[in-house]
Design a binder for this molecule. Sequence first.
Ligand code: URA
Length: 430
Amino acid sequence: MIPSEIIKQKRNGNEISHAQIKDFINGYLSEEIPEYQMSALLMAIFFNGMTESEISALVDVMLNSGERMDFTHHSNYVADKHSTGGVGDKVSIILGPLLAAAGIAIPMLSGRSLGHTGGTLDKLETIPGFKVNINLDDFRKQVDSIGIAMIGQTEDICPADRRMYALRDVTGTIESIPLISGSIMSKKIAEGISGLVLDIKTGNGAFMKNIDDAHILGDTLTKIGNAFNINTDVVYTSMNQPLGKTAGLWCEVRESIDGLKGNGPDDTMQVTFELGAKLILQAGLSKTQSEAIALQNELISNGKAYEKFIEMVEYQGGNPQDIENYNQLHQPKLSKSLKSEESGYIQSMDTYKIGLATIELGCGRKKTTDMVDPTAGIQFYKKIGDKVNRDDTLLKFFNSNNSKLVPAEVLLKESIQIGGKKVEHKLFLD
Ligand code: URA
């Protein structure tokens, strides 16, 4: 195998074979193929796409780069949710424990921040002591005993995605339907699940900017899920503004804890319940959508979802006391407000720029070795359709590094448009 020949073949828009994809990815994992050649192949795929058979080969090779979990012994329905990536999207942190409390086993493999979007792993790691890289035996035992574990790709499970995901993050090769499909579905199939619900984020802060592309991605993911006997449901939700009232690291964990305690923001809870209902119906725990939503509301109001979260935190090395005192943790040293310069209504939010601002603040990486700042984030006081008066606070942004506050401010100042008419924001798309 000559790596540059495979790169050229893909660069020229020709199909590459299953064997070539396998040799290339395995060569990359064994360090025979350097990062620069994998970067070049990713860019060739980004520009030329992949055929259906190339995508299924990619999923197969990425999946088989590590172990595959088996939960056939589990008496509960085993399932998971995954989002294609957004800003302020903390739904996994609320929905995982909520579904586990409902009696669905959740062996969740998540990712770190990707491009301008936030990553569940980076958020969870702000919980002091919380481990996201536990070994597979412990992962399996934890799911068996408490019904949920949330970890990342490791050397044992999905190592190909672990490396390629981090490389895509810093090489401008994220927004590719084949690469997103390989990344998401290799992780989900490796979990050994029977059911899956996918939140396909759509809009100016998502990787899919319009509903047509979102449908192509949704159909591709569903086809792969079905081919592996996974009941796969898809929900399309707007990413034309951040989800919830915060975007960042610890601030999103805090907002998730609020959600688990019954005080979550409306949009976040609506998306959580819609996705949760799909899996509750798949599992046969409720007969109708409204029953499935009532069940989730009950598990929040009786404290069971929050208790499950605490149980998971403790199992994965965190201290429940830190969660109880969640308002005192990770206080940012610096904070600034963005005020409105006019009166009117919020017309639109440039969610991509807001996501870039979170990276500038320290929530994401510009190169793979960058450290994130747990205190960093944004709090939104106004969203699309809200009335604003001159001098009202639109948002606050915060972190613990002054030099990062300035470039974030430049982006945030350009991210909110105000005008005279009241506009509606549609959360669910068809
Ligand atoms: N989520 C993933 O796990 N991978 C992607 O490529 C995009 C979103």
